[in-house]
Structures are given as C-alpha cells and as structure tokens.
Design a protein around this ligand. Structure first.
Ligand code: C5P
Length: 297
C-alpha cells in the first residue's frame, strides 16, 4: 500500500435545530435536549505525516487563534496519541516497521467564525480525531473516540458523528435520527460579526424549564415546536441577533433559529434558489455580516 501523503477532513458547521435547556447541573453544566444537524461546509483540516506534532492555522478566521497546546485540535491529537499509547516501546517498533508516522503536520483552514454557536472548535477537534485515526493507522474504535471526544468538550462527540442526532445530558449523550426529512435542506447561516462566549450565555439563562422536545424523531415536529432557550440571553448580550433573525424571516424560510449559544442564526429553505436570493439580499443590506450558503448533510 502506498504511504499516505495527506488527508483532508471537513469539519462541518453544527446547527441546533432545537436547543431546550432543562436545568442547571451540580457540575456547573446544563442538561440539554437538542437536535443537532450538520452542514456539508465548514473548516478544513489537513494532516500530513511528520515526526512531531505541529499546527498551523490559515483561512479567513485564522487571526487571533492560538496554535499553542491549548488549541482544541492539538489537545485532541495529544489525547488520541495517549489513548493508544503511541510512546509505548512495542508500538514504536511496530510503527517504525510499518512506516506509520508518529507525529503529524496539521493545517486548519478556518472558514467558520469562532465563538459563534456552530461548533467550530468542537468540529475541528472531531475532524482531528478522524483524520489522525487514519494517518496513524489506529483502530477505528468508536468507544475510544467517543471517550476522548467527550473529555474535550460537550459537543465534540456529536461532531464526530456529523449526522442528525437527538442530543441530551451535557451534550455528549445522543441517538441517531433517521427521519429523511432532516437531510439536504438548503441552509443559510448568518452571523452579525460579534463573538459570544458559550459560558456567558448559559450563565444568563433564566433558569426556567420550558419542557422537552416533544418528538425529536420527526423533523416536522422539531421545526414547528422546537425552540432555542439560549436565544433570549444571547439577544440581551448582542441585540443584533434579533435583527439577523428578522432578516432571515423576511425570505419565507421553512425554519429560522439561532444556533447554540449564538450569535449565528440559520434558515432552512425549500429550494437552493430561495436560499441564494435571501443570501444576495442580506449580503447587499448588511455587507459586514458573515454569510454562508450551504446545505445540511
Ligand atoms: O463543554 P464546552 O467547553 O463546550 O462548554 C463551554 C461552556 O459552556 C462550559 O464551560 C459551560 O459554562 C457552558 N455549558 C453548559 N452546559 C452545557 C454545555 C456547556 O453550561 N451542557
């Protein structure tokens, strides 16, 4: 088999089609009831064989991001390395014999705005776990990957799956959703250009449980009866979010909602043409806003 020269993974943007906050937990996190869906577009992650681990960040949102050990991509890489004990002498000999690299040159091309409720950092970490599992020729053991993912952040494990999920607990318990209506929607993502810290928005949640998602298995029910309970505290912090929601509502979408802790909002449309018309109009009216026209997986 020819040696691997480069692997590319897309870290697709994560959307919360509904995000119901059920209560504060003793560990400081919140219990969630959420439906996650993923976009076909997002950040790009490239890994190439190398003796040591390194990270470079490029792309429109590279500025200000750390390439140090605190970066979730490097933390994911180190956690995967440790999980399979790749410094263990027997493994070292085996890797050498098979020509498997022990490090990786990682390049992250950052297309998604950071701190924007669409799981950028989590999706990047999940993409790192997938890409390095292939590069280092590790067993594709979902249990191990899930454990590492959950240790890195609340929604890294769902991002590893990259398909529609009903998510509960802190964000790391999930089941797959099989309703075909969850897939392929043309979608527009809009962010007013203001980063918003997840912790701050959760801390300002009003503490009222408005109930679970009634029928998470059915797209129709989630679209009709779902909410984002973090929208109200996010709008208090960034009032522009209400303008983004209004702008999207003006184009006859199937569903409009804020994602995660904001500030990115999204709209699903019945056709790609409708989505593109909305994108052009919003872009013309608000040239400073970030806009991504894409579709669900
Ligand atoms: O797990 P993650 O690092 O993504 O979470 C970021 C912050 O968001 C946490 O420190 C916590 O303040 C808040 N959070 C929460 N409840 C969750 C997920 C996140 O309160 N279920």
């Amino acid at each position: 088999m020819a040696p691997i020269t480069r692997i590319c993974e897309v870290a697709g943007a994560k959307l919360n089609l509904a995000l119901h906050v059920r209560g504060r937990r003793p560990d400081g996190f919140h219990d969630l009831d959420s439906v996650f869906a993923f976009c076909v577009d997002g950040d790009e992650l490239y890994v190439e064989p190398a003796d040591t681990l390194s990270l470079a960040i490029a792309g429109p949102f590279a500025a200000g991001l750390s390439t140090g050990e605190d970066n979730l991509v490097l933390r994911a890489a180190r956690a995967l390395h440790q999980a399979w004990d790749r410094d263990e002498p027997a493994r070292r000999v085996m890797d050498q014999a098979m020509g498997v690299p022990r490090g990786a040159r990682i390049t992250l091309v950052k297309h998604l705005p950071p701190a924007s409720g669409i799981g950028g950092g989590s999706a990047d970490a999940a993409a790192t776990l997938r890409a390095l599992t292939a590069l280092w020729d590790l067993p594709d053991d979902l249990q191990v990957l899930h454990r590492i993912a959950a240790s890195l952040g609340s929604d890294v494990a769902p991002c590893l799956m990259g398909q529609p999920l009903h998510v509960q607990g802190r964000g790391d318990e999930f089941v797959f959703l099989h309703d075909r209506a969850y897939h392929h929607w043309p979608v527009l993502l809009v962010n007013p250009g203001v980063p918003l810290g997840t912790g701050t928005v959760f801390a300002n949640w009003d503490g009222v449980d408005h109930g679970p998602i009634d029928e998470p298995a059915r797209f129709e029910a989630v679209a009709r009866g779902g909410r984002n309970d973090l929208a109200a505290p996010a709008i208090v912090a960034v009032p522009l979010i209400a303008d983004v929601l209004d702008a999207l509502l003006g184009h006859d979408p199937v569903l409009v909602r804020m994602s995660g802790s904001g500030a990115t909002c999204f709209a699903l449309f019945a056709s790609a043409a409708q989505r593109d018309t909305a994108a052009a109009a919003i872009r013309a009216a608000q040239p400073g806003w970030w806009i991504l026209a894409t579709r669900l997986t």
